[in-house]
Design a protein around this ligand. Structure first.
Ligand code: T4K
Length: 370
């Protein structure tokens, strides 16, 4: 067993001395939150970096998701994926919306666009897909379905910061896209998130909603929530933007190393990387198939014995959680691909501070049984 633990991820942080001047400014100005100067600067800097029309910053990605659904007045049923983090589906339930699960594709782990139409009912108002692990959804087809049936398309793009297809950010897609800046993400502000919107009118509504619905000191135009990002988070975000390209490059280098080493390991399958996609190296999932000598859980335990903390994202599928499993669409027979992938998946450690030796140890643990 190696002494030093290897974690799935370690949050990227810039050198502390680069952050101190920001902190000093916050301390001196006493401007801590409610759309302060760093908030305004970060929102604009992010808009330019991502090359998207509008950005609304949030305290975290979950509040952003909940607000996105409110902003578009989504009700009734929403078609979504069972293969995601609990926040995606919980955001629907917190809005009184019924999730309707549709199975995923084996190559991307994203909502299977060809199964969506069959799940539409007169109560369906929107589709909520996830760009799982930053893998792009079949957005052309999903948009076509949304347009045909008059549905809204909201992407949970929590994993998709910095991912682009043919030079276009994934965050441009759909009516709204929601991204997370949680500590474990490619780009972090400790906690944080944002909604990407298409025009100033919808951004205005989102901004009211995240501030209790206040339009001015005495006018409340909507039953809003407190979703505001504070000045500490925004200042860190501004600084993180200077480093994020380097962090993504380091992650992608680890991604390439894993792919090359695992190519020759029978029973271990990496998800294919699609043409024209600039990945962010946010996650490195592998599927442990029947040709591998150990089951997924045996390999997970073996990693633990070696002080390596891999994760089973996303097991169990959300459709199997107690609050969802009674839904007709949650039946495992309706979701064979998600059910099978959730039993096979392991996310391997990947983050900018993971050195070559640690990556080799992860590969050695897998290869030792072949
Ligand atoms: N939609 C999707 C598709 C999402 O994946 C998420 C969040 C959301 C929406 C909601 O966005 P946020 O509201 O979170 O902004 C983690 C994260 O908490 C969560 O943000 C993330 N997805 C999810 C996939 O993973 P946990 O409970 O598995 O994380 P935890 O605390 O076990 O940490 C994982 C590893 O990271 C540990 O091995 C240690 C390391 N770590 C973690 C933290 C928090 C650190 O080294 N330092 C840290 O500060 O959920």
């Amino acid at each position: 067993m190696q002494d030093k633990p290897t974690y799935l991820t370690r949050p990227y942080l810039p050198p502390l001395d680069e952050f101190l001047p920001y902190l000093q400014e916050i301390w001196e100005s006493r401007r801590l939150t409610n759309g302060g100067p760093f908030h305004e600067q970060f929102e604009e800097a992010l808009r330019q970096y991502l090359r998207v029309p509008q950005v609304s910053l949030f305290a975290n990605g979950t509040l952003a998701l909940m607000t996105a659904l409110q902003a578009l007045r989504i009700t009734g049923e929403v078609i979504t994926t069972p293969y995601t983090f609990a926040a995606t589906t919980h955001a629907l339930l917190w809005n009184g919306i019924k999730p309707v699960f549709v199975d995923i594709r084996r190559d991307t782990c994203n909502l299977d666009e060809e199964l969506v139409e069959a799940a539409i009912t007169p109560r369906t108002t929107a589709i909520l897909p996830v760009h799982c692990y930053g893998n792009p959804c079949a957005s052309g087809r999903l948009q076509q379905i949304a347009d045909t049936y008059g549905l809204k398309l909201i992407y949970d793009a929590a994993h998709a910061f910095g991912v682009s297809v043919d030079g276009h950010s994934l965050l441009e897609l759909g009516d709204l896209a929601v991204v997370s800046f949680h500590a474990t993400k490619v780009f972090n502000t400790f906690e944080g998130g944002a909604i990407i919107s298409r025009d100033a009118r919808i951004k205005q509504r989102i901004d009211y909603l995240k501030n209790f619905g206040f339009a001015d000191e005495i006018t409340v135009v909507a039953p809003g929530i407190n979703g505001k990002m504070n000045e500490f988070q925004a200042a860190l975000g501004l600084l993180q933007l200077r480093h994020v390209e380097q962090a993504i490059a380091a992650r992608n280098q680890i991604d390439r190393r894993y792919r090359q080493a695992l190519r020759s390991v029978p029973g271990v399958q990496c998800l294919p990387s699609a043409d024209g996609v600039r990945s962010n190296g946010g996650y490195f999932p592998v599927l442990i198939g029947p040709d591998y000598p150990l089951s997924r859980d045996q390999l997970y335990d073996e990693f633990r014995r070696n002080n390596i903390y891999v994760r089973r994202y996303f097991f169990p599928p959300i459709s199997e959680l107690p609050m969802y499993r009674g839904l007709a669409s949650a039946a495992p027979a309706n979701l064979p691909v998600a059910t099978s992938i959730a039993k096979q998946v392991l996310c391997l450690p990947i983050h900018p501070d993971l050195d070559g030796q640690a990556v080799d140890r992860v590969i050695e643990v897998i290869a030792a049984f072949v």
